[in-house]
Design a protein around this ligand. Structure first.
Ligand code: MG
Length: 166
């Protein structure tokens, strides 16, 4: 089933791909979060839940805002001292986490636990986004990706609870 995507959704999805994050990368994170509760969980179901999260406007807004700031920092286009703060991914900044919380909120409070956990463990694509190679900036994107995975995992958990997986 192909649903019509808004311009906003199209942009959000294509910007994530351009920044090196695929739906499958996020689906892997969802599987990581949920496999202990559902050992037979299929990656296709994880992918489907990620897709649902990406259809939400508040998620698309967070993606576009966060990536825009990452890219501007990468290109040295932000005003100081914000340029250095975002470029260096300064620990006390915290606005990246706050922006990502607008995504976690979408599917209720289980999302918070998942978000905190995945941010601490940083599996898969999250480790890659956190490499801090001095060239690529993913200060916002790492939290956004973790939040999308957390929201998708929480949607999946709710749907299992209601015996509806899709
Ligand atoms: Mg961050």
């Amino acid at each position: 089933m192909v649903e019509k995507q808004s311009k906003l959704e199209e942009k959000a999805r294509s910007w994530m791909i351009e920044r090196g994050v695929t739906i499958d990368d996020i689906a892997d994170l969802v599987l990581f979060l949920q496999k202990k509760y559902h050992p037979t969980l299929d990656i296709a179901i994880c992918r489907d839940n990620v897709d649902h999260v990406l259809r939400k406007r508040e998620v698309q807004n967070a993606i576009l805002t966060g990536i825009q700031l990452d890219v501007m920092a990468e290109q040295g286009e932000l005003v100081q001292p914000l340029q250095n703060i975002i470029f260096e991914d300064e620990g006390l900044y915290g606005v990246d986490e706050i922006l990502a919380l607008s995504i976690v909120n979408v599917y209720g409070s289980i999302g918070f636990t998942n978000y905190g956990y995945i941010d601490k463990v940083k599996p898969g694509i999250l480790a890659k986004l956190n490499e801090h190679d001095g060239k690529n900036v993913h200060t916002f994107l790492d939290d956004i990706v973790g939040a999308i995975a957390a929201a998708a995992a929480s949607r999946l958990a709710h749907s299992y609870h209601e015996d509806i997986v899709q």
